[in-house]
Design a binder for this molecule. Structure first.
Ligand code: B4P
Length: 192
């Protein structure tokens, strides 16, 4: 099974590129952001807690996220691959994902580290905010989300560099060109 971690700062294009990966490879998509937004819309207990963090530009606690992902993974039957989009976002989440996958006899195949500078991230998220209706796509929250990324999420890069699975992807340019680099990275780790 191919397990792809799609990684990057908020607005780096993880969701956008995940859709193209699904189209080409048919992998199953786990987006922690999407799952949380569904929980918020459903006004579940998890959704209510998650909203307080998301609206402040903070990460939802590791415990809630790891539990949520473990449950989602238990529902997967015969998938040829999985895309983890927006997860792991902390070092502890990366360790937990490794443990869960190892217990299933598998591991992360490739981590795609999408790199985009802060000015471009802010520009994209403000633009998305005009149509997304997302409560976290405003300048104040975007700025906090980017800070949270550097403080808590960037260390995840070290984790995958040590594992030997991290591949840097230039995330600025046309969506198709970026996808070209992503497909090359996935193929280089899967086609022997
Ligand atoms: P997410 O939903 O994961 O969202 P994101 O990081 O904001 O966006 P993404 O990188 O997917 O960008 P997109 O493709 O849309 O997280 C939301 C919140 O949920 C987090 O802040 C956190 O609070 C919580 N959360 C989620 N996972 C968590 C976890 N594991 N632990 C704890 N908390 C968690 O692209 C953005 C925009 O750019 C789009 O409008 C797109 O059209 C545009 N774009 C994309 N590629 C482009 C390109 N090449 N050129 C120009 N524009 C481009």
């Amino acid at each position: 099974m191919t397990n792809v971690v799609i990684f990057g700062a908020p607005g780096s294009g993880k969701g956008t590129q995940s859709e193209l990966i699904i189209k080409k490879y048919g992998f199953k998509h786990f987006s922690t952001g999407d799952i949380l937004r569904k929980q918020i819309a459903a006004e579940s207990e998890l959704g209510k807690i998650a909203k307080t963090f998301i609206d402040r530009g903070q990460l939802v606690t590791d415990e809630l996220i790891i539990d949520m992902i473990a449950k989602e993974l238990d529902t997967v039957k015969d998938a040829s691959g999985i895309i983890f989009d927006g997860f792991p976002r902390t070092y502890a989440q990366a360790e937990a994902l490794k443990k869960i996958l190892n217990e299933k006899g598998t591991d992360v195949t490739v981590m795609l580290n999408i790199q985009v500078d802060d000015d471009e991230l802010i520009k994209r998220l403000l633009e998305r905010g005009k149509v997304s209706g997302r409560s976290d796509d405003n300048l104040e929250t975007i700025t906090k989300r980017i800070q949270t990324y550097y403080n808590q999420t960037a260390p995840v890069i070290d984790f995958y560099q040590n594992e030997g699975t991290a591949v840097d992807i230039k995330g600025v340019g046309s969506i198709d060109d970026i996808f070209g680099s992503i497909a090359e990275a996935i193929d280089s780790k899967t086609i022997k």
